[in-house]
Design a protein around this ligand. Structure first.
Ligand SMILES: *Cc1c(COP(=O)(O)O)cnc(C)c1O
Length: 203
């Protein structure tokens, strides 16, 4: 998929609510990026699918579960605290591609760092050799108001540009993980490079 901003967009088929057979259909249709939000679900599907896919961990990750899953994923979309980064650094056998999750909308129900915390947080990761910040991730608020959704995505893009300007070798931050079934079109218009789509695709 390509957008008007002409960025390359990768579709992540979120398979957390479907069977391995359904996930295999997605792979056969050419969607090789799959997303899961529980270590158990990811490991079960990965085992059955013999590594034909790229695996994205999209849910919040408890520190005590890091060791179960961290060396089986290609991307983590939910890095949101230093203690989690430290645990990943300790358990990972190679640098892990991480998205820092930001709570741009400020909704209490959402995980992620407040906007103003994102840059200090990324700077604090410098000593952790196994953390590579490939981008930022957010979830849009639950609203029908497209203007609000669009502004959230736009703010994440602005924040990403600020991180890029820092020129940190461990945080190239070229990617934007934003957009789900209900709002991926807006996200792509606002510069998403990864969209995470469940129900609209496989659900
Ligand atoms: C479930 C989930 C998705 C996919 O949601 P849909 O609305 O089914 O497209 C995307 N991102 C995260 C973090 C999720 O937990």
């Amino acid at each position: 998929m390509r957008s008007e901003q002409n960025q390359e967009v990768t579709v992540i088929a979120v398979t957390k609510q479907v069977s391995t057979e359904r996930a295999l259909e997605a792979i056969e249709a050419g969607l090789i990026h799959l997303g899961e939000n529980r270590p158990e679900g990811l490991l079960a599907k990965k085992g059955e699918l013999n590594n034909q896919a790229k695996w994205h961990y999209i849910g919040s990750l408890q520190s005590r579960k890091v060791k179960q899953v961290i060396n089986d994923i290609d991307y983590l979309h939910s890095l949101d605290r230093f203690s989690l980064a430290e645990e990943i650094d300790k358990r990972a056998q190679k640098p892990i591609n991480c998205f820092v999750q930001a709570n741009v909308s400020g909704e209490e129900s959402k995980h992620g760092l407040a906007k103003e915390e994102v840059i200090p947080f990324i700077e604090s990761l410098q000593q952790l050799e196994n953390i590579r910040v490939v981008g930022l991730m957010t979830m849009a608020p639950n609203t029908e108001d497209e203007t609000i959704i669009r502004n959230v995505f736009r703010e994440l893009k602005n924040l990403q540009q600020e991180v890029v300007q820092l020129n940190l070798p461990f945080a190239p931050c070229q990617e934007l993980s934003m957009g789900m079934s209900n709002d991926y079109e807006i996200a792509v218009e606002e510069g998403a490079t990864f969209v995470r789509i469940g129900t609209a695709l496989v659900g």
